[in-house]
Design a protein around this ligand. Sequence first.
Ligand code: XMP
Length: 327
Amino acid sequence: TWTMLNIAEEQIERVREQIGDSGLAICGLSGGVDSAVAAAIVQRAIGDRLHCVFVDHGLLREGEAEQVERDFVAATGVNLHVFDARETFLAALAGVTDPEEKRKIIGREFIRAFEAAEVQVLGEAAEHGDKVGFLVQGTLYPDVVESGGGAGTSNIKSHHNVGGLPEDLEFALVEPLRTLFKDEVRLVGEQLGLPAEMVWRQPFPGPGLGIRIIGEVTADRLDILRRADAIARQELTRAGLDRDIWQMPVVLLADVRSVGVQGDGRTYGHPVVIRPVTSEDAMTADWARLPYEVMERISTRITNEVEEINRVTLDITSKPPGTIEWE
Ligand code: XMP
């Protein structure tokens, strides 16, 4: 629509003014809509002077890394640096089962990996004589309000202490979504031609599939969960329910086994839990009454196509008392 086009153009113009003719900017992409739209706006404003960084931690769902590396790049022409940190994350998570510990480890490794990536990207840019000065973030209006941030707070200094960078290097924040709500961000994303799967992606936690495996996170378990989750998402989309359902985590109970019968024989496989919820803001949620046919297709396909899984269960708990995620 006209208005959204105006919003996009206005933000692009603002970024152009803020960064000027010579600054460089860096932006981390998560696979989610906010960082993608923020990056797309800055790319329109300053082109190749924007360097995007994508750290692949191996905890994304099927197809999501490709959406960033291939589809987002194709749609925007953005300058992307990909860092494969999958092994590092798996090693750091080995043997860990406690949910809070998992979150801490994933958060810490993410910062480390992103900083290492930044050092490398900025180092390369500096070799070409470029002066880097801006860090792009996908902060939305509700975040700004929540943190009580008013005018002037966006020009904070000093990134964390990153070894290997010039000491006097200062980053100003560029926050092109600072005045927008989520639905406006999505419309701007569409306007800028971003892949629909990214623009309309349902909320997905930063720690990713790492907190949807109950028990230790391993490469095999991630692979099992990823396949089951992809089927559940496909069937939700096919039923036209993506926008009615707030989120539908698929959770792998990796330390639980139950007896089943599949094909010619007895199996001893894992259950998954399907957790479809409706919600306005994730503070409270209700378990979603999915149509029986949809549940049936999800169950049949997962047990047929993911041989490690022999049982599909449905979570019918609202929030409270259950949280949306299981960890
Ligand atoms: P819970 O499980 O607390 O989740 O009902 C509420 C919403 O927040 C998401 N979530 C997270 N998002 N980092 C995030 O970016 C996290 O660590 C995280 N934990 C939960 C969850 O998916 C739901 O939308």
